[in-house]
Design a protein around this ligand. Structure first.
Ligand code: FAD
Length: 344
């Protein structure tokens, strides 16, 4: 936290309000944007300012529907930038439009989801605006003086650090999906729409979209949003034993995943890794079998409502944050659970 004693530059006073740059995925708003609106609402209320959403795309009708969704999840105002050049995400065009809107309306805080798209966009917007960005934040707060305090894991997840960005405007942060809770939807809530005319000359855009490959059938896309997740760790001993995790998941209608060493051993693909460098999950039930509960794993699962850990070691760190623990051999217990649930 630098220069806190310094007077803030006079022009900082023009920067007001909390914004969320909304991600549109397959025509509808990505849930991380709603999660950020929920969090942004708290920051805006604390600061006594407006919460706004920024929407970019090429279909005005779809953007209008998305704007209504944003109002119902807490936005007071929605900025809409509609242009054929914004049909597919391109870093170049989205960076230009978002920085133009920011420079015109000057938000104090700008939040984005730490998705592939959000990470790509946030970095280039922050660089273009020459402002500070706290990536992959897990907690957001605001000080009396308007300083955004964004907390994120550091040193490989062994420490949590809080970064204050008082000396920057706007103050930017990204937050991973499922880290923040989904806010309540208030049906029929409305707000103000501001149309922003993008100034894009397609011929000047270097990146051209030649083809668009839809990944909606990807069978791992559901993992961060699953109600029930069963995961395995090194304690299972072999890739054959990992099948027991898949079998229990199938009976429970759950998604399955695992700890990072399983990716390194090729027992699972990297898109099934759960944790700091994998997926963050927020299920109602998380069953962890043969996972020690290292901090890097913990940060990806601690949003679960109920964590059930199965581990042979009663002193395993996972028992420090699991709600229910069974000291048992997972290789024996998992098939027993699968059979028991299959009978129900
Ligand atoms: P172990 O730590 O080896 O634990 C195995 C557990 O199984 C032990 O607790 C043991 O008591 C128990 N056990 C043994 N036999 C049985 C049995 N028969 N039945 C039941 N229990 C049994 N890890 C992640 O998971 N996700 C990440 O995103 C991630 N990112 C990382 C990023 C960085 C920068 C670094 C440095 C590390 C990261 N890690 C991550 C790795 C992390 O530090 C741990 O090494 C890893 O989570 C351990 O995996 P594990 O629990 O499967 O294995």
């Amino acid at each position: 936290r630098a220069n806190t004693k310094k007077e803030l530059p006079e022009h900082f006073k023009a920067y007001k309000h909390v914004w969320v740059a909304v991600e549109i995925e397959h025509g509808s708003v990505h849930s991380v944007s709603f999660e950020l609106l929920g969090e942004g609402r708290k920051l805006a209320d604390k600061r006594g300012v407006e919460l706004a959403a920024v929407l970019m795309g090429d279909d005005r009708e779809a953007l209008g529907q998305a704007a209504q969704d944003c109002f119902e999840y807490g936005a007071d105002c929605v900025y809409i930038a509609c242009d054929p050049a914004l049909k597919h995400y391109r870093n170049e065009t989205s960076t230009q439009v978002l920085t133009d809107i920011v420079n015109t309306y000057q938000p104090e805080i700008l939040l984005l989801g730490a998705t592939n798209l959000g990470r790509d966009l946030a970095g280039s917007v922050a660089t273009t605006l020459k402002t500070g960005l706290t990536a992959d934040s897990t907690e957001l707060a605001i000080d009396e003086d308007g300083s955004l305090a964004a907390t994120r894991p550091t040193f490989g997840g062994s420490l949590l650090c809080t970064i204050f960005t008082l000396n920057f405007r706007p103050q930017m942060a990204t937050v991973r999906p499922r880290v923040m809770a989904m806010p309540e939807r208030e049906e029929g809530r409305s707000g103000r729409i501001v149309e922003f005319a993008p100034n894009i000359v397609e011929d000047d855009v270097v990146t051209k979209v030649l083809d668009f490959i839809d990944d909606r059938d990807s069978d791992t896309a559901a993992l961060p949003y699953a109600d029930v997740v069963v995961a395995g760790g090194l304690g299972l001993g072999s890739v054959e034993n990992f099948q027991l995790v898949k079998e229990l998941a199938a009976v429970l209608g759950a998604e399955y995943g695992g700890s990072r060493p399983l990716v390194q051993k090729d027992w699972i693909t990297s898109d099934r890794q759960i944790g700091q460098t994998g997926k963050t999950i927020r299920p109602r039930l998380y069953i962890a079998a043969g996972i020690s509960g290292a901090i890097q794993h913990r940060v990806g699962v601690e949003g679960a409502d109920l964590i059930l850990a199965i581990n042979t070691d009663p002193n395993a760190p996972i028992f420090e944050f699991a709600h229910l623990g069974i000291v048992a051999d997972a290789v024996t217990l998992l098939p027993a659970l699968t059979q028991a649930f299959a009978r129900r």
